[in-house]
Design a binder for this molecule. Structure first.
Ligand code: SF4
Ligand code: SF4
Length: 791
């Protein structure tokens, strides 16, 4: 049986009462009232049982390390003696099972003392403190029950950590109130010199919306952007998680917080009575919202992990409402914190799932993310003015250089390729013009027909020109004409282009098309097998988008996997075009129906994996990939795939089958091939636009993933593709469905990370990259190195 993914973060409610009475507290002041029925402290037996359960969970999933956060209420109410026993039990039981423990505690700071700090230092516990900013901001909410301020105590706590115990200082958490001055709050946090900090949106739902002094305005975004601007102007003196998460998410990295992004959540809460709960913030939704019904006494963490509440935060995009799924910034926002999406079912325009809404902070999140993006792009443009030489906007180039490329970026490549093909067609016309060969009459009529169609039906012509193998054909005609070996049959293919365009345009026409290897080809549509005796050409009658050969016996139409999100409405499984034989591997012959059906179910399954888990690549693939050419599978059982530089928009692949070592299922193997090969397509299109290396350098270079050395462009291509491969495995470490597969993903990630990083060093040291090429390689290395901090 496949178990649910493991937890890696455990929040332990060691105390359930607090010495403060903050009026914005989600434990005591929110909808959930369960704290009333909990013991004041976690009993020794519960600590012991919790430690044993975590050790058992770590062993089952072979987890090398787990994170434990001691929380409350106020955990320091435990007192130093009891705290020492708790830490010892947790550490010794879990570490004895071979799993490292990263311990953290989060406190209001009131009771933080040197005695506590010495204890935390001894047990390597990192200490985080709540600090809402300057005195005015702190006093707005963070008060004792008698109304007295807690600001002095909080400042004393951060000073103690900053000045005497910096090695155990984890950072500061600040809850936003838009009535506070953002810059004053930022400066108070900065003066606490935290190693890291975060600014948290106050918990709210659609049923209990956040305070707004100016409804209709995105006050929370404005407030946070004021902080961002100050932080940026000061050269970002410490990481602020809300901002670094957005910046990371732009680069396709996991957000590192459950408040943003689509990364799965691997956190569970153990309450003081041993009950297992979902994340604390759910207390703001409704009474009992975090409860699961599981306890450490009676259930393993594996059993709890299957609870629908945990499940609902593991599937990224699929867990979100329709509005969020369609949102252009969903990969960065992720719909915000799940709690903030809640709307009580009684307000019933609501769907069955009360969390099936955008965040109550939706407008603010949009403004914040777009605001950070605009500010970051502006500084990127300032840094790299020379990159405009490519004709690509700086933000697009930035994405492509880092190995990514969203739909907008790929649209830029598509547009350039379209222009290139129009140019190629004009060149083919010129090369064919004035010929005297046996096909000249057909060619002349086809050129005239295409020019007419170009005048009145540009879109239809562009669709045919957009077919990846049209440029393979055009370049072949031009290469052969230049070398004096022009093949009249190749130029006659213009008749096929004219017929296919006329069909797409819906015009009435009679078009003579050549017979080639016993068949008539209509690019993007299919072929009619007419046999060797059919003569040299066939006259097609075309009317209203139909043609007399379509659907007749012998007609072999191109099959398509329908995927509406793709720019062409799906992916063509191209097994008829005669110019597809340009891949490194043998292409498959026309597929029997059973094999075609296997492709047509494999492609949507692979797309599901891409769309769900690989947000940095899926939109670009949907915008640019139109065609898959089936390849002959390798006899060695290896997954085969290839991209032809001249066939932008297509990739070649053997159909992955169960047992391929590429990935853990045929769908994920095909998803991996699609990422890998489309990386080649992207870089090929960039290379059509700009020189990244010296093409005259014929030396061969070490490629860490191969036995044989490679030319410079091959190494550059391989590096670019393997950035995508490394990222696939990086994500798969979290999303593969069982522990063995996640361990496999971990090993693959390490392998490809090492190979690819090494390749960037070889490229940078080659001495043959152009300045732009050097910037590309530097950007790829930055992307890779960004992943190590998350390992
Ligand atoms: S210190 Fe924390 S737990 Fe205590 S009342 Fe304030 S917000 Fe709630
Ligand atoms: S909450 Fe709003 S901004 Fe965020 S993904 Fe959903 S629709 Fe987009």
């Amino acid at each position: 049986m496949v178990s649910a993914p493991p937890f890696r973060q455990f929040v332990l409610k060691v105390a359930t009462r607090c010495d403060l009475a903050c009026d914005h507290c989600y434990v005591y002041e929110a909808a959930d009232t369960s704290w009333r029925h909990k013991p004041r402290f976690m009993a020794e037996e519960t600590v012991q049982r919790t430690a044993e359960r975590i050790a058992e969970h770590a062993a089952t999933h072979r987890l090398p390390a787990v994170t434990l956060v001691l929380h409350g209420g106020e955990p320091l109410l435990l007192g130093p003696t009891r705290m020492r026993e708790t830490l010892k039990t947790l550490r010794y039981v879990i570490e004895d099972a071979g799993c490292a423990v990263a311990l953290r505690i989060h406190t209001n700071g009131v009771r933080l003392s040197t005695e506590y700090c010495d204890l935390f230092r001894e047990h390597h516990v990192q200490v985080g403190v709540s600090l809402d900013g300057d005195r005015a901001a702190t006093d707005r909410h963070r008060r004792f029950a008698n109304g007295a301020s807690s600001h002095t105590q909080a400042l004393r706590a951060v000073s103690l950590l900053r000045d005497e115990y910096p090695d155990i200082y984890a950072g500061v958490l600040c809850t936003i109130d838009v009535r506070n001055d953002p810059v004053a709050v930022y400066e108070a946090v900065r003066d606490a010199a935290p190693p890291r900090a975060d600014f948290l949106l106050p918990h709210a739902t659609h049923s209990d919306p956040p305070l707004r002094t100016d409804p209709g305005h995105t006050e929370y975004a404005d407030w946070m952007l004021a902080v961002f601007d100050r932080w940026n102007a000061e050269n970002r003196p410490f990481p602020i998680r809300s901002f670094t998460s957005v910046l990371d998410a732009f680069r396709g990295l996991p957000s590192g917080t459950e408040s943003l992004g689509l990364s799965p959540v691997d956190l569970v809460v153990v309450e003081a009575d041993g009950t297992l709960e979902q994340t604390d913030s759910l207390k703001a939704a409704y009474d009992g919202a975090p409860a699961t019904g599981f306890t450490v006494a009676e259930h393993s963490f594996d059993e709890a992990s299957g609870h629908p509440g945990f499940e609902a935060r593991r599937h990224g995009l699929a867990d979100l409402c329709e509005t969020c799924r369609r949102c252009p910034i969903v990969s960065v926002c992720g719909g915000g914190l799940r709690t903030h999406r809640y709307s009580a079912p009684s307000q019933t325009t609501s769907p069955a799932d009360p969390f099936d809404h955008p965040s109550v902070y939706c407008g603010d999140l949009k403004e914040l993310i777009m605001g950070i993006r605009a500010r970051t792009e502006a500084s990127a443009v300032a840094r790299v003015p020379a990159q405009r030489a490519l004709g690509l906007p700086a933000d697009v180039l930035h994405q492509l250089a880092h190995g990514y490329g969203d739909a907008k970026a790929i649209e830029h490549l598509n547009r350039f390729q379209r222009s290139l093909r129009i140019l190629l067609l004009a060149k083919v016309f010129a090369a064919a013009d004035g010929g005297t060969g046996p096909r000249q009459e057909l060619v002349g009529a086809a050129i005239a027909r295409l020019k007419t169609l170009d005048a009145g039906h540009k879109n239809a012509l562009h669709e045919i020109l957009g077919h990846p193998y049209t440029s393979v054909w055009a370049l072949r005609c031009l290469d052969d004409a230049q070398s004096g070996r022009a093949d009249p049959d190749d130029f006659a293919h213009l008749g096929s282009l004219a017929a296919a365009t006329a069909i797409r345009a819906g015009v009435d026409a009679e078009v003579e098309v050549p017979v080639r290897q016993g068949a008539v080809y209509l690019p993007t549509l299919g072929r009619l097998v007419v046999g060797a005796d059919a003569g040299r050409s066939v006259l097609l009658r075309i009317s209203g988008g139909d043609c007399d050969v379509l659907g007749t016996p012998g007609w072999q139409g191109v099959r398509r996997a329908a995927l509406p999100i793709f720019s062409g409405g799906g992916i063509a499984v191209e097994d008829t075009d005669p110019f597809r034989r340009c891949h490194h591997w043998d292409v498959a012959q026309r597929l029997p129906d059973s094999d075609a059906a296997a492709w047509l179910s494999a492609i949507p399954a692979a797309w599901d994996t891409l769309a769900r888990d690989h947000h940095s690549y899926a939109p670009g693939i949907a915008a640019g990939l139109t065609t898959i050419v089936p390849l002959v599978p390798s006899l060695a059982g290896r997954a085969v795939s290839s991209t032809a530089r001249r066939a932008y928009g297509a990739i070649g692949a053997g159909l992955p089958v169960v047992g391929d070592r590429a990935a853990d299922s045929p769908a994920s193997s095909l998803a991996l091939l699609m990422i890998h090969e489309f990386q080649h397509a992207k870089l090929g299109a960039v290379l059509d636009m700009a020189d990244l290396h010296d093409p005259h350098d014929t030396r061969l270079f070490e490629a860490p993933w191969r036995q044989d050395p490679r030319p410079l462009e091959g190494l550059l291509q391989g590096t670019y593709a393997h950035v995508g491969v490394t990222d696939f495995w990086r994500v798969r470490r979290f999303t593969a469905p069982d522990p063995e597969e996640r361990a496999h993903a971990e090993a693959e990630f390490g392998l490809w990370f090492g190979h690819t990083l090494r390749a960037t060093h070889v490229l940078a040291g080659s001495g043959s990259l152009t300045p732009l090429g050097l910037r590309f390689v530097e950007a790829l290395r930055t992307t890779l190195e960004g992943w190590t901090s998350k390992v």
